[in-house]
Design a protein around this ligand. Structure first.
Ligand code: ZN
Length: 196
């Protein structure tokens, strides 16, 4: 195997090893049928039980990757032993990196993009909106890119930036996909992709 072919196989392996464990969050819930309760992608989302549930679903998809990552890891092992070593090594590196990355959030690193805490805060804010004594008489909280805002009186209710919520992206296919791969679901604050 020439060096160039080796690098090519390694690259292919690491791409697959990078993508496979992210499949649950990349693909599930992106179809239109899954998103009938939400406005289309870049628009702000009103707080509702559907939204709280979606955050919990995204959190589940995120952790499902921990099970999916054993596929590239075992495939890599088999490949290094009996097949194309460069390809297997690529799978291993990417899969192992993913595993380390997820495990570090358990011991106090960066928290996942979707947490139970986040769902709880959404629920609390949405409960508050239904009680009198809020920011205004017709509190209607919406989750915008940079935080939760009452669209009626424009007061900011929370500074929690909005992560990806599994809606079909408004960008063209490869671009939206690329952006998801790069951001890994975390909020992209630098991109003003929303009108108020
Ligand atoms: Zn208000």
């Amino acid at each position: 195997m020439s060096l160039l072919a080796g690098i090519g196989y390694f690259f292919l392996g690491s791409c697959i090893g990078h993508g496979l464990p992210r499949f649950p969050f990349l693909l599930m819930s992106r179809t239109n049928g899954f998103n009938t309760n939400f406005p289309r992608h870049p628009e702000a989302i009103p707080l509702s039980p559907h939204l709280t549930q979606r955050v919990l679903h995204m959190r589940m998809f995120y952790w499902m990757g921990m099970a999916a990552v054993f596929l590239p890891l075992s495939l890599g092992l088999v490949s290094v032993r009996w097949g194309n070593a460069a390809f297997g090594f690529g799978l291993w590196i990417a899969g192992g990196w993913y595993l380390l990355n997820r495990l570090q959030s358990l011991i106090g690193g960066q928290t996942p993009p979707w947490t139970k805490q986040m769902a709880l805060e959404l629920q609390i804010l949405s409960n508050l909106a239904e009680q009198p004594g809020g920011c205004c008489n017709w509190t209607s909280p919406y989750w915008q890119v940079t935080g939760i805002v009452c669209v009626n009186c424009n007061s900011k209710l929370s500074n929690m930036p909005r992560p990806d919520l599994g809606r079909k992206r408004s960008e063209r296919k490869p671009l939206g996909f690329l952006r998801l791969i790069i951001s890994d679901g975390y909020p992209m604050l630098s991109v003003p992709d929303e009108e108020e």
